[in-house]
Design a protein around this ligand. Sequence first.
Ligand code: DX5
Ligand code: ZN
Length: 210
Amino acid sequence: MREKNIILSPSLLACDFARAGEQLAALERAGIRQIHLDVMDGIFVPNISFGQVVIRSLRKSTSLFFDTHLMITEPERYIEDFAAAGSDRITVHLESCADVGPALSVKPGTPAEAAFPYLDRCAALLVMTVEPGFGGQGFLHGMLPKIARFREEIDRRGLSTILQVDGGIDCTTAPLAVRAGAVDLVAGSSVFGKPDPAQAARALLEAAVQ
Ligand code: DX5
Ligand code: ZN
């Protein structure tokens, strides 16, 4: 059996931005090590979120690992900016980038095989389990075979690529994603949508390995 060392990455998109610093501190106290930062430009996806200014400001108040997910057109123009703002990992979409970076994401309509040529140089591979753009959508169960396909290929090549899933992750879907081979779970509404996000994060991590 594969060791189940699961990472939970709460997605800031669903937090109460007026209390963001305080909410991140509570998560950190609860043992969370990583936060997912969704950057949207209103063009690559039909929604606008936040950018470098917010990330730079949060960087001053927390030592959490900043997992930045760029849902923007021409992400290569901004990678240095987001790194300078304090991102620890920057994920770009295969669908928006000709020269893919060290972490890559695929939308639901993109088959796993399309990312295979880049796998060897990917520190992380993020499988979207909803259409990117909005939090609070339902998990696309049809993505489970794609997660399994990536897991099989990563293991077959002996890679250490972190397999991440994003969208609709809650206590019911987290174990399904983990069983399919995901090790890093992004969750927005099922953490920040709860009265006690730190408690919800702990419960989600527990459910994930059931
Ligand atoms: C969607 C974002 C997700 C989003 C997940 O485009 O990439 O990270 O915040 O939100 P939930 O967990 O609510 O589906
Ligand atoms: Zn995301």
